[in-house]
Write a protein that binds this ligand. Structure first.
Ligand code: ZN
Length: 424
């Protein structure tokens, strides 16, 4: 392999018309960053004049060089540039000059095509655009431009919907029309179907009406949280779908109420303030996993205690806290074991003895009781739903630095492999 071919392969530049100089390498600073420079010359005999198209003859003559600095992918972690001297020609037929073209970079562009590809591939990873821009030492707007040009805009298939859906929402970019954006997934596979900027009812209605009637009527179940506009949306748009309240949200409703109850007691009982504050997690801990065996020294009690001793101490401080604790764990038990009748009875029987916060939760659950019953009837793999929640967390992390929903949505779909690289 010749010296020249070696450099071309090293830099992964697919243009054999580039000849590297004897001293092809130098170093320098670009925008405050130490960078590597490669020096080469682009020269070949063009077939014809670029302006008038006249076939090359002795009236089309060499006419100096034009040097451009082209950003190429990093080398061993360093910024790298190709200083390319491009041969110019003068055409006596039309009295104009032209510069030779190369396929490694688009015209009027100073970022090599393989750098753009590297940026586009980087966009599939779970990192923010700011970090992509930093990785390649280009501007944020270049990153957006490259992503937009490399990926086909994702459009869902409006003639198809998965049979089992899961609705969720997340805090969106600042410019989004509603404060919350809407995301929905296939609840069997966890695959995202689409993301809608605004979760408000009229927007979602218009959005879903784009889907064919056959697609909408084929949806059998939809998992939602307790956001009441979803109910009327589903009844209108997905008349055949059974509504399921997400189990995680049911438990969360009660765990929050229990927590508020604890805080209320804490603020009232100055003597036990620190204990109620410190051991909040123990009250929420799965009661089948509470330690009944091992004693450990706890400074706030100045004593050796088991976890169960601490829990009992705290619950004895207030009868409503105790009743709320018991109900919370019973709700968890019923949901885990799909005991709907037991759940319903427990909510009724305990209503008068629990805290006001717990009463509010019970009232909420009663409002949605049919859909809670569906939650225990239809078994949706919690792993998938959990996976979706984790995805949304990742999305929020990626969202760092996004101002525009359009780019934000595109990035989410790219990381989820829904928007595909354009095939050149
Ligand atoms: Zn010409």
């Amino acid at each position: 392999m010749s010296h020249n071919d070696s450099i071309i392969n090293l830099l992964n530049l697919k243009d054999k018309n580039i000849i590297f100089d004897e001293n092809f390498y130098s170093e320098g600073i670009v925008k405050g960053v130490k960078s590597k420079f490669f020096h080469g010359t682009l020269t070949y005999r063009p077939r014809a004049c670029y302006s008038c198209g006249h076939v090359l003859d002795d009236k089309i003559i060499k006419h100096g060089f034009k040097t451009s600095t082209i950003k190429i992918p990093h080398i061993s972690g360093f910024n790298a540039y190709l200083k390319l001297r491009k041969q110019r020609y003068f055409c006596k037929h039309c009295n104009s000059t032209f510069t030779l073209k190369t396929n490694i970079v688009d015209r009027h562009c100073f970022i090599s095509n393989n750098t753009k590809l590297a940026i586009a591939l980087n966009a599939k990873e779970k990192i923010s655009e700011k970090d992509i821009a930093r990785n390649h030492n280009v501007s944020h707007s270049t990153v957006n431009r490259v992503i937009d040009s490399f990926y086909d805009l994702y459009k869902p298939n409006f003639n198809y919907l998965p049979k089992h859906l899961c609705f969720d929402e997340f805090k969106s970019v600042k410019s989004a029309a509603g404060a919350m954006s809407f995301i929905f997934c296939d609840s069997e596979t966890g695959r995202i179907v689409d993301i809608v900027e605004d979760r408000r009812l009229h927007v979602l209605k218009d959005y879903f009406l784009q889907y064919s009637k056959a697609a909408r009527y084929s949806v059998k179940t939809i998992v939602i949280d307790m956001y009441s506009p979803y109910l009327s949306l589903i009844k209108d748009i997905f008349p055949k779908a059974k509504i399921i309240i997400d189990k995680f949200h049911i438990i969360q409703l009660f765990s929050r109420a229990l927590n508020k109850t604890r805080v209320e007691v804490m603020n009232r009982d100055k003597k036990n303030y620190n204990k109620l504050k410190k051991y909040w997690k123990l009250l929420l801990k799965d009661n089948t996993r509470v330690d009944h065996i091992n004693y450990r020294y706890h400074r706030s009690f100045r004593n050796q205690m088991r976890e169960i001793d601490i829990i009992n101490y705290l619950l004895d401080l207030d009868p409503k806290l105790k009743a709320s604790y018991k109900l919370y764990h019973y709700v968890r038990f019923c949901i885990k074991n799909k005991e709907f009748d037991l759940l319903k009875t427990a909510l009724d029987d305990n209503f008068n003895i629990v805290s006001d916060y717990m009463k509010t939760s019970i009232k909420t659950i009663r409002k949605y009781i049919d859909y809670v019953s569906n939650a225990l009837k239809y078994d949706y793999n919690n792993g998938v739903l959990e996976g979706i929640n984790n995805k949304i967390k990742v999305i929020k992390r990626i969202a760092f630095g996004f101002r525009c929903f359009y780019h934000f949505r595109n990035r989410i779909l790219i990381t989820q492999s829904l928007a595909k690289l354009k095939t050149a």
